[in-house]
Design a protein around this ligand. Structure first.
Ligand code: MF3
Ligand code: CO
Length: 257
């Protein structure tokens, strides 16, 4: 599939899809507390998405059974919400969500601590987020796609963390997953040249231990093979001739307020 360049009309729709998803994430973040089930998060997330007139893009995507991917501790991504998985003080939880607004997708993920978490867990979450910002320093017309990948991977590996290799970021638009694939590690080629109007979901997934992952028997939940903690951070990004525009992040995140 070729990489699509979005028109200004499409960009406006993607901006709105992004703004709505940012609100959903911020509202989920403040609702998180110990004692909540991962299904409670999914229910609230779906309700919020629909309240803004959007469709939850993950629901029924290749058979995925929920609207929000909720991944706890050693779960990397695609955790399936259930009533009996109860968040405990000290857990870290990654929330990944996508919405469709008038046919256009946005996709974003955040990792939060539940109550007090260890200093090591806080650092993992912080470095994962920072690795995204290292990557997007290169997200500009004329640079190459794998400049982003290398910056993310080098930054996270500099802390001794494992950068997940089996899952990647992706183009996004009228489909949740479009070309190109965006690895989070150093590639020995340059990748495509970035052009204004490309929209990319850039999403480092970082393990405190090794980079290897396994799929659970539910065929969805990805866990770190060594069961070390894992964090995820993702925004939908518009490439321009100058600075990238973060479609799913316009203001402070809840923990920054
Ligand atoms: N944000 C996820 C990704 O880009 C999408 C989850 S796929 C689903 O990989 F099926 F879980 F929805
Ligand atoms: Co994604």
């Amino acid at each position: 599939m070729p990489i699509t360049i979005k028109s200004s009309r499409e960009i406006e729709l993607m901006k709105e899809a992004g703004r709505i998803l940012e609100k959903v994430h911020n509202e989920l973040a403040v609702a998180l507390r110990p004692g909540m089930s991962t299904l409670d998060i999914d229910r609230l997330g779906e309700e919020l998405i629909r309240s803004y007139g959007c469709i939850p893009s993950f629901l029924d995507y290749n058979g995925y059974p929920a609207s929000i991917c909720v991944s706890v501790n050693d779960e990397v991504v695609h955790g399936i919400p259930t009533a009996d998985r109860i968040l405990q003080e000290g857990d870290i939880v990654s929330l990944d969500a996508g919405v469709i607004y008038k046919g256009y997708h946005s996709d974003a993920a955040r990792t939060y601590g539940i109550g007090e978490i260890s200093a090591e867990a806080q650092k993992l979450i912080k470095v994962t987020r920072e690795s995204f910002f290292e990557g997007i320093k290169y997200a500009k017309e004329g640079n190459h796609l794998f400049d982003i990948s290398a910056a993310i991977g080098r930054y996270a590996e500099g802390y001794g963390y494992g950068v997940v290799r089996d899952l990647c970021g992706h183009g996004i638009g009228t489909n949740l997953h479009e070309s190109p694939e965006i690895p989070n590690y150093v590639m020995n080629r340059k990748g495509v040249k970035l052009k204004a109007g490309m929209t990319l979901a850039i999403e480092p997934m970082i393990n405190m231990g090794g980079y290897e992952v396994d799929w659970m028997d539910d065929d969805w939940t990805v866990v770190s093979r060594d069961h070390s903690l894992s964090a995820h951070y993702e925004n939908t990004v518009l490439i321009t001739e100058s600075e990238p525009v973060l479609l799913t992040l316009s203001g402070p995140e809840p923990f920054e307020k």
